[in-house]
Design a protein around this ligand. Structure first.
Ligand code: MIC
Ligand code: SF4
Length: 644
């Protein structure tokens, strides 16, 4: 029986376990990436491990999230990360060099290699045939130290692409169509592999848009084959030596198959407040808009920007619309400047932002109250833009630019003939904003710079045999990490200060949660399905840990968040019978006994609702290794114990 593309890469990197879906496997990691908002924690954790130099083939730290420096905090974090990198063997991509995923694709990604990144959109690397997975910072720290990365062996979904996109229909519409069909939890426990004749019609940046936003399916990752198009891209980046052809065997067996005829797709938009709330432009109908934001790791490539510039050229942004554009990297921005396209954007009235995440993570450009904002980003969760009642629609750059001119949601196919947009023969290469580490013998000469914002992370205690605690919060389905630990300009600077950032934990759902949890001392959270979808931020586990949360009982978990809870020593549990969710209220007292023996061997635990006087069962679906980790009180404690 043949292998699928990702099975081939997994097989080449398999350290432990068998490639059977649902079983835990350990894989060797070739490359890591971090960004600054998760990076400070990841490097504090790396330091705590005491490994002098990273053991990966390449590790890169990017500064792209917290680039609004409205106080000393972000700048201090940047200096901390820069100095840690210099000392410990990590390449440091300075602020201004661009968004981690865009730059990694351009300059460092290698087909067939494994990459984990402390950012959920790391699967962008799947656009050049990498097995690129988003993970919590602690997992990335362990991988930098040469440790194995563990995942549940995923099922493989084949997305068979046929046909060719019509003019002005975009790669963004492909992934929006996949989201429309599979939903934000449709990819959990799965890798999405793109195959078929249609693959050839998509450029590398287009493929990367699709694998990037595959994160919104909850998928472990998404991947395209590495073919002649990949070779051309790497050659244009003067990295042809990194190319290796890679595709699935003809007789590979898939767990699911989805067929998409590219020729049949139409311009789509994800409506508020979920990336899978997808409708066609025609279905949404006439809609006046207030704001357009173009950029983010989903849609900020040179190709995207050239299309936008072409649409804007010689026109003026509608008087009622604010248009901002953030090109994805220094390379993109530089090339736009050199060919005059940047000037076309400026001339039309676009507000040009630096090459960084910017508005995507609420760092500026929050829309007006109730404002309708079209964004080329990947997430439109409630409040993420910084305006609680902002109405965010996720669209392609083509649609965004056309709408910025007309002032209303506009089908880009009304723009008339589309010229051929082609990638340049060679990109402009200048890696002067990537600082290499010092040689190992000079390590001791580098001082790690710690500002007052860098606080130690909370250490969890070994698990106790009994939990008798109140339910400090009950939430519904599809709770995102943006609900659990919001981001944005005010909160992001606190990413290296867990006590302080915890004040905002769950503030989107219930502003009193922080005080209540602290008052209770220890507590349990109750949630619905797909709990913790979205970001890889381990702060969504570390803040609850700091606030005394001992267990989270939900209908189902999103992958990265569940791993982060285990790493933090918080017990993830799922209802054996989902109907029990309805019988529990906030502030009910729940009692669990005999935890140690149950955690180590059983899959089921009986919980008593002391307040209401009934018992219910929860499932503890963990691997052997995870059970030991929970018992020890998290990954750091476990690592210390096992390395004694
Ligand atoms: C996001 O898009 O939500 C982020 C900000 O990039 C996060 C990482 C973080 O929270 O720092 C992600 O996607 O993992
Ligand atoms: Fe940055 Fe947005 Fe991409 Fe997250 S999704 S890495 S915030 S651009």
């Amino acid at each position: 029986m043949g292998l699928t593309l990702s099975q081939k890469i997994i097989k080449n990197h398999l350290v432990s376990g068998e490639m059977i879906p649902g079983q835990e496997i350990g894989i060797k990691i070739d490359q890591t990436l971090t960004q600054d908002a998760t990076g400070t924690m990841a490097y504090l954790e790396f330091e705590a491990m005491g490994v002098p130099r990273v053991k990966t083939e390449k590790s890169v730290a990017y500064i792209d999230h917290n680039t609004l420096q409205s106080g000393f905090e972000n700048a201090d974090d940047h200096r901390f990360i820069g100095s840690v990198c210099k000392k410990h063997g990590i390449y440091f991509s300075r602020p201004g060099n661009g968004i981690c995923h865009q730059v990694h694709l351009e300059r460092f990604g290698v087909p067939g290699k494994t990459l984990i990144g402390s950012d959920s959109h790391t699967p962008t690397g799947g656009g050049i045939g990498m097995l690129a997975i988003g993970a919590g910072g602690m997992d990335v720290a362990v991988a930098m130290g040469g440790g194995t990365y563990y995942i549940t062996c995923p099922k493989i979904v084949k997305v068979e692409l046929t046909g060719k996109l019509q003019p002005w229909v975009a790669a963004k519409d492909v992934i929006l169509e996949v989201l429309r069909r599979l939903s934000v939890k449709g990819g959990v426990g799965k890798i999405i592999e793109y195959t078929g004749e249609g693959v050839k019609t998509l450029s590398v940046p287009e493929r990367a848009t699709i694998t990037n936003m595959g994160a919104e399916l909850g998928a472990t990752t998404s991947i395209f084959p590495s073919d002649e198009t990949t070779r051309e891209f790497l050659k244009a980046q003067k990295r042809e030596q990194d190319f290796a052809p890679l595709e699935a065997d003809a007789d590979a067996v898939y767990d699911e198959v989805v067929e998409i005829n590219l020729s049949e797709l139409v311009p789509l938009a994800a409506c508020p407040h979920s990336p899978d709330n997808v409708k066609s432009v025609a279905e949404i109908g006439e809609m006046k808009i207030d704001q357009v934001c173009i950029g983010s790791c989903t849609n900020s490539s040179l190709l995207d920007m050239l299309k936008v510039a072409y649409i804007l050229k010689g026109k003026t942004v509608h008087p009622d619309v604010s248009l901002s554009i953030a090109p994805g990297s220094k390379q993109v921005l530089n090339m736009l400047a050199a060919c005059g396209a940047l000037s076309d954007m400026i001339d039309a009235g676009a507000r040009i932002l630096e090459s960084a995440c910017g508005p995507c993570i609420g760092m500026g450009q929050s829309p007006n109250s109730g404002g309708i904002s079209l964004r080329t980003f990947n997430r439109n969760f409630e409040g993420r833009s910084g305006t609680k009642d902002g109405q965010i629609y996720l669209v392609s750059p083509e649609l965004a630019a056309a709408s910025a001119l007309s002032g209303k949601l506009t089908d880009p196919r009304t723009l008339g003939d589309m010229p051929d947009f082609e990638l340049p023969e060679f990109f402009t290469i200048n890696d002067n904003m990537v600082v290499p580490p010092v040689d190992e013998e000079l390590m001791d000469t580098v001082e790690v710079l710690r500002g007052p914002n860098i606080k130690p992370f909370p250490v969890s205690e070994a698990m106790s045999d009994e939990i008798n605690a109140k339910c400090s919060l009950k939430v519904g389905d599809n709770i995102t990490t943006d609900h659990i630990m919001p981001a944005g300009a005010k909160i992001l600077p606190l990413r290296s200060n867990i006590p302080k950032i915890s004040e905002y934990c769950f503030a989107v759902c219930d502003e009193k949660f922080h005080d209540r949890a602290l008052e209770l001392g220890k507590s349990i959270i109750i949630g619905g399905s797909n709990y913790g979808q979205g970001s890889s931020r381990e702060h969504a586990a570390l803040a609850p840990l700091y606030l005394g949360v001992k267990a989270v009982i939900v209908k189902s978990f999103a992958r990265i968040h569940m791993a982060n809870l285990i790493n933090a020593g918080i017990i993830p549990m799922t209802f054996a019978n989902e109907a029990d969710y309805d019988k529990i209220d906030q502030m009910d007292e729940l009692k669990m006994t005999n935890l140690k023996s149950v955690i180590l061997k059983d899959n089921e635990l009986t919980v008593t609702n002391v307040t209401k006087g009934f018992d219910f069962k929860v499932k503890i679906d963990l691997s052997e290794r995870q059970r030991e980790m929970i018992k020890a009180g998290g990954l750091l404690n476990y690592t210390k114990e096992t390395s004694k």
